[in-house]
Design a protein around this ligand. Structure first.
Ligand SMILES: *Cc1c(COP(=O)(O)O)cnc(C)c1O
Length: 377
């Protein structure tokens, strides 16, 4: 099916496809931004003061829309920061590891390593606190049973990556630390599945994610944090990365990534027009089912991830005959299916099917996969 602007489908893992309606709207507003009443203000969004009434209205609307979409409770703060998911690997321990301290004043945190991203988080946190490995999945094709995690009583928080973008592993329900006997806070890196499904905030102390997978352009980092976790940052924490400082100034301690916030705000409005997160989740389930069914139903392709934790957003798949990889990718490009090459650390293919990829895009992909199998199988 032809897309709005006759563009190919883009399966990039991130920065990733944006909804075409949003790109078209931003193009129309690029030179001279109109307010909600349609009145043009004479400037483009990236030329505005972040403290002016025009940008403040964009900011306030974006925050309110996100709070509504993700059902963020009133006692959680939404912070629009910079630095990406990787900077948060340092910023989270700088802010939260000292919620509990030992006699030496050092905090601790537990890590569940299920793929490349949680592995990076674990390594980085060790610079700022005692980072402890609570569990690690062999080969990154499953999530260790939560009841087997070695949780430490001195841990201030437990870090998980709720969707491993590279290995295609997703928690389909979040662990309830209380029932596991832990008094720590749950921290989730939800970079690559935020806004694809609902979040049970009762279980979560802090969630963070870079915007460039499922929310908008790179440059914006979203942090959602329960307000009682603010104010325990380590002394060495940079002021611009101190959640309390950022929260007190409504993400305006320093200049926020204004254009990325505006674009994410347009995505939030688009999500509301699609019917919100429940409607997106249903669409994402249908897209993922079609793709996994196609992979599993063939003897030509395979996906090694245990079925109960397969990602709905990032679907790695492999050709059994890897010598056909280049031909597969070349044919895909020809068919209008872009950026399917798997991450270099795992090889094969990966289709990232974020919110902006319609079912028609996955149908085009699976039709191509079946054609390719018929001609090469
Ligand atoms: C992409 C990604 C990151 C890294 O984000 P940057 O913005 O590049 O720092 C971290 N965690 C997850 C799960 C990701 O998908």
């Amino acid at each position: 099916m032809a897309s709005l602007l006759h563009r190919p489908y883009n399966f990039s893992a991130g920065p990733a496809a944006m909804p075409e309606e949003v790109l078209a709207q931003a193009a129309g507003e690029m030179l001279n931004w109109p307010d909600a009443s349609g009145k043009r203000c004479g400037m483009g969004v990236m030329e505005m003061s972040h403290r002016g009434k025009e940008f403040l209205s964009i900011y306030t609307q974006a925050e309110a829309d996100l709070r509504e979409l993700l059902s963020v409770p009133a006692n959680y703060r939404i912070l629009f920061m910079q630095g990406g998911g990787l900077a948060e690997n340092a910023i989270v321990p700088l802010n939260l590891s000292a919620l509990k301290k030992d006699a030496m004043g050092r905090g601790a945190a537990d890590f569940v390593v299920t793929g490349s991203w949680s592995e990076k988080s674990f390594a980085e946190a060790g610079k700022y606190c005692q980072a402890k490995l609570a569990a690690k999945a062999d080969g990154f094709t499953s999530i260790p049973e939560a009841s087997s995690w070695q949780l430490n009583t001195d841990a201030s928080y437990v870090h998980i990556c709720s969707n491993e973008t590279i290995h295609g592993i997703e928690y389909h329900s979040l662990p309830d630390l209380k029932t596991l006997g832990s008094k720590a806070e749950l921290v989730i890196d939800f970079s690559s599945h935020v806004a694809s499904r609902s979040v049970n905030w009762n279980l979560v102390g802090l969630a963070f994610g870079g915007a460039q997978k499922n929310l908008g352009p790179a440059g914006l980092t979203l942090v959602v944090v329960r307000d009682d976790l603010l104010g325990s940052a380590m002394e060495i924490c940079p002021s611009a990365f101190n959640y309390q400082t950022v929260a007190k100034s409504d993400s305006m301690y320093n200049t926020p990534p204004t254009y990325s916030i505006y674009m994410a705000g347009l995505v939030f409005q688009w999500l509301k027009r699609q019917g919100g997160i429940a409607a997106m989740e249903a669409a994402n389930v249908a897209k993922a089912e079609l793709l996994y069914r196609t992979v599993d139903g063939s003897g030509f392709y395979f996906n090694p991830v245990q079925r109960d934790c397969r990602s709905r957003m990032n679907v790695p798949f492999f050709l059994r005959d890897a010598s056909l990889n280049d031909a597969f990718l070349a044919g895909a490009k020809e068919a209008g299916l872009l950026q399917l090459k798997g991450h270099k650390s795992v090889g094969g293919m990966r289709a990232s099917i974020y919110n902006a990829i319609p079912l028609a895009g996955v149908q085009a992909l699976t039709a191509y996969m079946q054609d390719f199998e018929r001609s090469h199988g």
